[in-house]
Design a protein around this ligand. Structure first.
Ligand code: SF4
Length: 363
């Protein structure tokens, strides 16, 4: 698929291997140049064609005239105390997306967005509340990764981590990845084959788009799947994750069980804890019952309040919830995410309010 800017030149960061090879041939260069180009774009993550020092000057000039390496610009970055760093990126048409590098003990994880905004409409999520604007292209998804990889290679996270590159990817940023299926798959192909991120290190997080999960099951490759569940009770989930009115939780969990069996991969269930809504002992028991028989792991996430009336429950309540699940035999992790501390669920890695974002974009 051709990735273009508003001026219709191909965007190099969105080209798959075969497309890069065709481009190189069109520009009258030898086939091995495609490999060199690929290394500069996806491995070294350079941000300027002129930095590709083993390409001839004439080839670089042709590339500069005929293509765009990337039309996307970093507007703002902000790091939390643990080094987790948010990047706000302006796209070619003036829209903006966020992506995050999460610092963990053993690796650096890229949390990528798949859409500008989101139309799933979860009421506790600032992305959902701001509505859907558009899908991201392959280049716009891949480039979030490359922008962060470049910053890391330049030493941006040296104070927080010994790692000098991203090794894991989670699609948990803005948007519902399975509602932007083809660009998502195109981006994963590039990130896997050209940027070298193993499929086992890539996780797709969904709010529960049943046709998308079914499609994933038909793919030749097995993908890690995370499901933002947030409640096992249909009436509660109808409110917290409105897509539940269309794709019911019982059907979703039945499919999740089949997905885990089919792929041999453990499903991660993300459960954002919202005081007074889904955090009681009764909610924990309902969850334990609903997940029975599914090869899974549960992440409990203390809510990160942004632009909404929801609150995280006290720590003791979260631990009591965890204990019920552990006693029922589930592996459970508590993530005390305050928007910056660890991998969370979609909509939970925001460091800015929408008002702040708007001001930055307008500035
Ligand atoms: S929580 Fe995720 S699925 Fe729900 S509105 Fe926010 S980005 Fe969309």
């Amino acid at each position: 698929m051709k990735q273009t800017t508003t001026e219709s030149r191909p965007v190099l960061t969105g080209l798959k291997r075969g497309e890069l090879e065709s481009l190189v041939a069109q520009l009258g260069e030898k086939p091995f140049r495609a490999k060199q180009l690929e290394k500069w774009i996806f491995d070294k993550a350079v941000r300027a064609i002129d930095e590709m020092s083993d390409l001839s000057k004439a080839f670089r000039e042709k590339l500069t005239a005929e293509t765009v390496l990337s039309p996307h610009q970093v507007i703002e970055t902000v790091s939390s105390r643990d080094g987790t760093t948010k990047f706000l990126i302006r796209l070619a048409d003036g829209q903006s997306v966020e992506c995050v590098t999460i610092v963990q003990d053993r690796h650096l994880t890229a949390c990528l967005s798949s859409q500008v905004g989101c139309n799933v409409g979860c009421p506790f999520c600032a992305t959902g509340l701001s509505g859907f604007r558009r899908n991201l292209s392959v280049a716009e998804i891949v480039d979030q990764f490359l922008i962060m990889q470049h910053a890391i290679r330049q030493g941006a996270l040296k104070a927080f981590s010994d790692h000098d590159h991203l090794s894991n990817i989670v699609f948990m940023g803005m948007g519902e990845p399975l509602l932007n299926y083809e660009p998502l798959m195109g981006a994963i192909e590039i990130l896997n084959r050209q940027a070298g991120i193993g499929l086992r290190r890539i996780t797709i997080s969904t709010s529960g788009i049943i046709p998308g999960i079914e499609k994933l099951m038909q793919e030749a490759r097995d993908y890690n799947l995370a499901i933002s569940l947030h409640s096992a009770k249909p009436e509660v989930r109808d409110t917290l994750v409105p897509i539940n009115r269309k794709y019911k939780v019982d059907q979703l969990l039945e499919l999740a069980g089949r997905y885990a069996e089919h792929t041999g991969r453990r499903i991660t269930f993300e459960y954002t804890m919202l005081a007074g809504h889904n955090a009681s002992a009764e909610d924990a028991k309902a969850l334990a019952t609903a997940l029975r028989g599914i090869h899974c792991h549960i992440n409990l996430i203390a809510y990160n309040p942004v632009d909404s009336p929801y609150q995280a429950p006290p720590r003791a309540e979260i631990e009591a919830f965890q204990n019920i699940l552990v006693k029922a035999g589930y592996p459970v992790t508590i993530r005390h995410n305050h928007g910056q501390d660890d991998m969370a669920a979609c909509g939970q890695l925001r460091l800015y309010s929408d008002e702040q974002l708007l001001k930055m974009v307008e500035a």
